[in-house]
Design a protein around this ligand. Sequence first.
Ligand code: NAP
Length: 492
Amino acid sequence: MTTTAPSDLADPTVPGVPSGLFIDGAWQPASDGGTFAVHNPANGQVIAHVADATVADGHAAVQAAVAAQQAWAATSPRERADILHRGYELLLARSEELALLMTSEMGKPLAEARAEVVYAAEFFRWNAEEAARIEGSYGRTPDGRTRVLVTRRPVGPCLLITPWNFPMAMGTRKIGPAIAAGCTMVLKPAPQTPLSTLALTELLTEAGLPGGVLNVIPTSRAAEVIEPMMAGGQLRKISFTGSTGVGRTLLAQAARTVMRTSMELGGNAPFIVFEDADLDTAVEAAFAAKMRNMGESCTAANRFFVHRSVAEEFTSRLAERMSTLLVGDGTAEGVQVGPLIDRAGVEKASGLVEDALARGARLVARGEVPDSTGFFYPPTVLADIPADAELLQTEIFGPVAAVRCFDTEDEVVAMANDTEFGLIGFVMTRDLQRALRVSELLEVGMLGLNQGVVSNPAAPFGGVKQSGLGREGGRVGIDEFLEYRYIAIPAH
Ligand code: NAP
């Protein structure tokens, strides 16, 4: 297990940020010398060229993770916790430069990027604390003849695949518990945002993570590189965050070698405003649930269901908030909404809005976008959404609030559950009985009650139905990276 300094192997254009593959503790070029370009979505310009991992590189990364597993599992929990603590401190110390890097490759406004660095760091702090609390149990069988000793063991080498929308936090949410549990890793970041992951990798090396424990392989050909890694049988787990479609493909591949799976997939969150809601709270929560990350969040409120008696007031107040937002390059002073990730993202949001309007929805507000080559989409509020609008079944992933009225509690619960997704829901009401009743009926893994953002490293994040399997964060997050081992001992 060796560690070498980052180099300019792949022609970095972002100073100080490595741009190679990181395998067995060494930065290196792709085996065929290939690179791919990373763009700034605020202006379309290339900001870096990053090594483009090949099938052979994927194989080498797996071999490095497998070779490092035994020694890494044998380290003490305190040793692993200390690395995570140092990682936490370094992330906070570098938050300004990391936030700027994230905004440059992903587009979110600097204030949101800074908040994400802190959120990402907290997964290291939380898991540093968890590392020292991995416990087993000791007991006897009911007939008294056998002692039952139960220990926890790391699952083994893991494959981690992350999306582009939270480039730093989606990495630390997996790396943190994997380090704490004693698993080695191969991480494939999204090709739109590899730089945040590469900077994080370098930071972890500085924090003392031994070579081979975390191997990072950006690639522009995910399917081709990942499939043989899954088929090889040496990786024991996959932890994936991304779309439900890709999740299904990876679940099918995982079945072939019976890998453990954690799947954080797509969402289609209902945001329900009852007639008794505090409208100040509801509008604030709606704004946060919709506009965090420009709406490019799996937890984004996708469908606003508002009681008919308050729909007009709620919609016009939300429209007022959304239409005056400053849209632009996330690094510029005062900008509140950045660009979407790419042209396809803009086309998707725009297609869903046009579809809803063509079917009879009403345009309530549409903000302004800068005259620029960036991938901007105006904050938009739609009302009178018809039942057949495509956006009721599809993640918008953009700054579009779509409002539909309801009359009864039964009706809105049925509408909210009418989706294959079940990640999160939001309920706005001052009636405690109603809040509890509805929270029991909604088919979701998480619920924001009079609150628009729920993500927290101390809480179990994840969905039901086709939004995923398993949980990240909270006391159970580390379980995804641990196995039970039962040792039977005669009790005489
Ligand atoms: P995506 O298209 O599913 O991609 C996610 C990752 O999977 C990327 O790194 C992607 O690389 C890779 N990938 C795609 N096809 C693959 C294959 N056949 N084999 C291996 N890897 C493959 O999702 P996205 O557009 O990046 O992210 C948005 C989605 O993620 C949304 O649906 C959102 O709801 C979901 N999300 C969920 C959570 C959660 O916690 N539940 C959190 C954040 C985001 P390539 O781009 O190169 O294909």
